[in-house]
Design a protein around this ligand. Structure first.
Ligand code: GLY
Length: 358
């Protein structure tokens, strides 16, 4: 997989912009640093450098990270965990240069403060966006809020404690409002920002407001696993277990789900990115899970899934991108595609499988 990824990721480099992906046979799209996906390619470059120790990957990783770091001070998005937290976090661990680490930690700190500005104390959550004009939260935010916990723990003091509290509370709000009794998750919810009450679901990238969007479930598993690893909070362990167990009850080991877990048509588009994000999250959960039987089950499931993803058709050479047959927004465009997030979480999971790292 690493040599396949090397060839295909190198082919995606290009001046000034960041790789996004392609739906169907449409052209491979690139974005500015201000797209929610901008951090995935720099993150993949850090993982390539870590795996190969090849200076060419280091040079690329530094160059592409520099493109996204200025976004840290932007308060117009909730996706700063993806855009800055992920690549800067990897960079701070992997970059061998003494000047690099403080730069990346500083970007993470700025991004955490920007994200924290979206806090609403009534909802006890960070606003994701306004959906159809309504104050809303999306399940994907499970991947962004852990940045506040990570930075807050590192900083300490009253400001750091406030960041940890906000990040943890956001995750607990997701656990309470988004995780259904059976462990499946909702996609988007609107809240009343004055009372904190849920005012209703909002349709998004899933089949319906009562179904389970596959990638949403995988974001939840991965985010709760990260948040539990950071905090040790048993309520977050419960959320991680419940969402993981639901996934494992619906997707047999080594299988790739349809784009929504409630889709029953075998010919429906798959979402291999959801399988990669889940495998990555399960490896994080397996590392911190106190029950050894559960930990073994999560790790075994993740490794079986990675075995599938590393074979055709999921990583067949399509001339672009690493991971094939991902889904972006099927209600808007019902074609599979290849996207930067699936590539990156596949490599992140392969790294975790090999090293036991997060
Ligand atoms: N909105 C982020 C995603 O498609 O997963």
């Amino acid at each position: 997989m690493w040599s396949i990824a090397a060839t295909r990721l190198a082919a995606l480099s290009g001046p000034a912009t960041l790789p996004f992906g392609a739906t169907g046979r449409s052209p491979y799209l690139r974005t500015s640093a201000y797209a929610w996906t901008s951090g995935f390619y720099p993150a993949a470059l850090w993982l390539m450098y870590e795996h190969t120790a090849d200076a060419a990957w280091l040079e690329r990783a530094v160059e592409y990270s520099a493109r996204v770091l200025p976004v840290a001070s932007w308060r117009g998005t909730h996706d700063l965990g993806f855009m800055v937290g992920l690549p800067a976090g990897l960079a701070s661990r992997i970059d061998p240069s003494p000047q690099g680490r403080p730069t990346y930690l500083s970007a993470q700190r700025t991004a955490a403060r920007s994200l924290s500005a979206r806090w609403n104390g009534n909802v006890r959550a960070l606003r994701s966006s306004y959906y159809a004009g309504k104050w809303g939260v999306i399940i994907d935010s499970a991947m962004n809020a852990p940045l506040l916990i990570e930075v807050g723990q590192r900083e300490g003091g009253p400001a750091g404690t406030a960041l940890v509290r906000r990040g943890t509370q956001h995750m607990l709000t997701l656990a309470r409002a988004f995780v259904r009794d059976d462990g499946s998750t909702r996609h988007r919810l609107a809240f009343n920002p004055r009372t904190g009450a849920v005012t209703g679901p909002i349709f998004g990238q899933g089949l319906s407001t009562s179904s389970t969007w596959s990638r949403g479930q995988s974001w939840a598993i991965n985010g709760f696993a990260q948040a539990f690893a950071l905090t040790g909070d048993p309520r977050l362990l419960t959320a991680a277990r419940r969402t993981a167990d639901y996934w494992m009850s619906r997707v047999p080991p080594g299988c790739i789900p349809a784009w929504d877990l409630d889709v029953t048509d075998d010919a429906a588009p798959r979402d291999s990115s959801a399988a990669a994000i889940t495998a990555d999250g399960l490896l994080t959960l397996a590392r911190t899970e106190p029950d050894p039987t559960r930990a073994d089950a999560y790790r075994a499931y993740a490794l079986t899934g990675l075995g599938t993803l590393a074979s055709d058709p999921w990583t067949v050479d399509s001339g672009r991108g690493v991971l094939q047959r991902q889904a972006y927004n099927i209600p808007a465009d019902a074609r599979e595609g290849t996207y930067a997030w699936g590539d990156t979480y596949l490599l992140h999971a392969l790294t975790a499988a090999a090293t036991g790292a997060e």
